[in-house]
Design a protein around this ligand. Structure first.
Ligand SMILES: [Zn+2]
Length: 149
């Protein structure tokens, strides 16, 4: 998928979050692309973006404002949840690469960290992400007048 004029609108904490936000925006009829592991992959659909070293959400410039508004709402809910989990217990994560168990602070729930044994990236916790941001409106397909008589 391509965006004619991609604008970065959000820096997610993890690849899980990146894809969640991608789905969230798409459910609001905003074409979004999550670029993850860019530091490792270094590629983009049309080339490379060497300046980006983190997961990022891109939308087309025409949707940037709407996307940012949605993401502000998302961020508010997210912050509330994060405060709730900080009071929780340490999180144990079993590394998929080497099987070692690493323990992470509860506030790292929902982020990507490194295995303490082999430094592979591991996803910490299974934070319930806010998925009910806004209500998907019965938006009419935006066709720019296509099909008009
Ligand atoms: Zn490991």
């Amino acid at each position: 998928m391509e965006l004619p004029d991609p604008v970065e609108v959000y820096v997610p904490a993890s690849n899980i979050e990146a894809h969640l936000i991608e789905d969230l925006l798409r459910s609001h009829n905003i074409a979004a692309v999550a670029v993850d592991d860019v530091s490792a992959v270094g590629t983009w659909w049309g080339g490379s973006l060497p300046m980006i070293h983190h997961p990022a959400i891109f939308v087309d410039r025409q949707h940037a404002e709407a996307a940012r508004e949605l993401l502000r709402e998302y961020e508010t809910q997210r912050q509330r949840q994060r405060q709730a989990v900080v009071a929780g217990d340490p999180i144990e994560v079993t590394c998929e690469a080497c099987g070692a168990v690493s323990t992470f602070a509860p506030e790292l729930n929902g982020t990507t960290q490194q295995c303490s044994a082999c430094l592979a990236f591991v996803d910490v916790g299974e934070l319930d992400w806010p998925v009910d941001v806004g209500e998907p409106e019965d938006a009419e397909p935006n066709q720019d007048g296509a099909g008009e008589p």
